[in-house]
Structures are given as structure tokens and as C-alpha cells.
Design a protein around this ligand. Structure first.
Ligand code: 4GX
Length: 262
């Protein structure tokens, strides 16, 4: 996949391209990453990329001409790419959105600063506007990195060997189960026995239960619009039965149901 980022701060990406999975994806030929300096496409001698807003008010707006020139240069090199703009007004980014973008041949990111970009540029050139969350940042560079980071690890082959992305939180609508590594006891806390048992079926069952209970406790909203598998329903019924039994034992001990205690 080809990625180009249009920004007035291309140096922000220098470290991004050269670490971790992103770096490996580039080295192994799955990804090409390029930060394009919008200022290099400014016409005037001072290389101005922003101007005061028509109608007055505070802040600055990014001028349309340097953006259009920079984008045309990027599109010439990657004619099949989709043009995305990072903005709080965009479509909320999600794991599903990342999976969709991972299927594209190329992505061009417009990283605005200040109050944003001239509306005519946005209407003329931007295919999709994406938000990484309901908060206001100082520029689109970090959001673009967030999106590239989430997308690159979904490109087939990038995570290598076994398909680690299939296990991710959200991939199947559940949070990930808890992970443990050595030592077997850390500051008095042992690793759950089953994980040391070598019983792979029991481990898979424990992990599904752990993912379900975690999601139920931390993000119950994720369960609302989800279709449970037969195995998951069996687990939920088992808990439901255990809770019912616990309540039965408790209420048998209790003479006055309103006081809650004898
Ligand atoms: N998720 N920002 C963009 C300038 C801007 C405003 C409007 C285009 C249109 C953000 C976010 C975010 C701050 C990046 C404003 N550019 N981007 N910037 N949240 O807050 O994506």
C-alpha cells in the first residue's frame, strides 16, 4: 500500500516511518510511506500556506492552492489512492473503518492545522473525512499516524506468521482476554492455572470466557448489537445459572427480604 501524507510538518513523520511494525512493513515492501511538505507547493516567496478567514474571526485557514498542488503531485504518483482528511467533523474511526482502508491500493492524508482548510478544497478533492475521536487536536498529523498505524497491521502478511490481527480486541466484537507471561508468580499474584496446563481446548475456553467477562464489565455497549455464538451463549447461561444459585443460597438465609440481612 502507498501512503502519502500532506502536512506542513513532514518531519513529524520521520520517527513514525522508522519504528516497529510500520518500519518492518516498509522494509518488507508492504508499505510505502511519504510525508509531503505542503509549503514546498506554496507560490509566493515566503511560502505562505495559511491566511486569515473571510468574514473575520480568530485563527487561520489553510489556503486551497498549495494544498491542491501538493495533492495533484501525490495523485500523479498514486492515481488509485483515496484522499482522506483528518478532522473532528469526520466519520468516527473504528476497527471496521481500518479494515476497509486496509483493502485500498493507496491512501493520501490531508493533515490540516489551525481552524482547518478552505472549504472549496475540501469539497473539490476530499473523498472521505475521518475523526479519531471527539476531542480537538492542534493538527491532523497525529490522527493520520493513528489511522496508518491501525491500517498497516491489517495488511495481509504484515504481522507475519500466524494471523495475530484475528485475535484483536474488536476484531470479533469482544475485548481481548487477559495476557500473562513469566514469572508464574509476580508479587504474590499467580498466573491462572489453566494457562500452565498445556490443555489447549481448556485454554481456548478460558480465553473466550475471559474475553466475554471483560467485555461485559468494561464495555457492555459492545455486547448490545452483537450476535452471540452457541459457545458464547453456553458460557453466558453457565454464569446466569451460577448467579441464580448464589442468589438462591443467599435468599434462603434471609428471613426479611427487604432488610437484606438477618
Ligand atoms: N480527529 N484535528 C484537524 C484542523 C482541521 C479542522 C477541520 C480540517 C478540518 C482531529 C480529530 C482533530 C484538529 C485535526 C483540527 N482540519 N482530526 N485540525 N479529533 O481534532 O481527526
Amino acid at each position: 500500500m502507498d501512503v502519502a501524507v500532506l502536512t506542513i510538518f513532514p518531519e513529524m513523520f520521520d520517527r513514525f516511518w522508522t519504528h516497529g511494525i510500520v518500519r518492518r512493513a516498509i522494509e518488507q515492501g508492504y508499505l510505502k510511506g511519504d510525508a509531503i511538505d505542503i509549503r514546498a507547493f506554496a507560490e509566493d516567496r515566503h511560502k505562505v500556506t495559511d491566511d486569515r478567514p473571510y468574514g473575520g474571526g480568530c485563527g487561520m485557514v489553510m489556503k486551497p492552492e498549495p494544498l491542491a498542488k501538493a495533492l495533484r503531485a501525490a495523485r500523479e504518483r498514486m492515481p488509485e489512492a483515496v484522499t482522506l482528511m483528518m478532522s473532528p467533523q469526520g466519520r468516527p474511526f473504528s476497527q471496521q473503518a481500518a479494515a476497509e482502508l486496509a483493502r485500498q491500493r493507496g491512501l493520501i492524508f490531508i493533515c490540516g492545522r489551525y481552524e482547518g482548510v478552505d472549504e472549496r478544497f475540501a469539497q473539490q478533492f476530499v473523498d472521505d473525512e475521518i475523526s479519531i475521536g471527539d476531542y480537538v487536536l492542534t493538527g491532523g498529523e497525529l490522527p493520520a499516524m493513528v489511522v496508518v498505524d491501525a491500517v498497516v497491521r491489517l495488511i495481509p502478511g504484515v504481522l507475519g506468521g500466524r494471523d495475530s490481527a484475528a485475535d484483536d480486541s474488536f476484531a470479533d466484537g469482544l475485548l481481548e482476554y487477559a495476557h500473562y507471561t513469566r514469572p508464574p508468580v509476580f508479587e504474590g499474584r499467580p498466573v491462572p492455572d489453566v494457562l500452565l496446563s498445556g490443555n489447549h481446548a481448556a485454554i481456548a475456553q478460558w480465553r473466550l470466557e475471559a474475553a466475554l467477562v471483560r467485555t461485559f464489565l468494561k464495555r457492555p455497549d459492545l455486547l448490545e448489537n452483537r450476535e452471540f455464538t452457541a459457545q458464547e451463549i453456553a458460557i453466558l447461561k453457565k454464569w446466569s445459572k451460577e448467579l441464580e444459585d448464589l442468589i438462591k443460597v443467599q435468599s434462603a438465609r434471609c428471613t426479611d427480604p427487604l432488610s437484606g440481612r438477618q
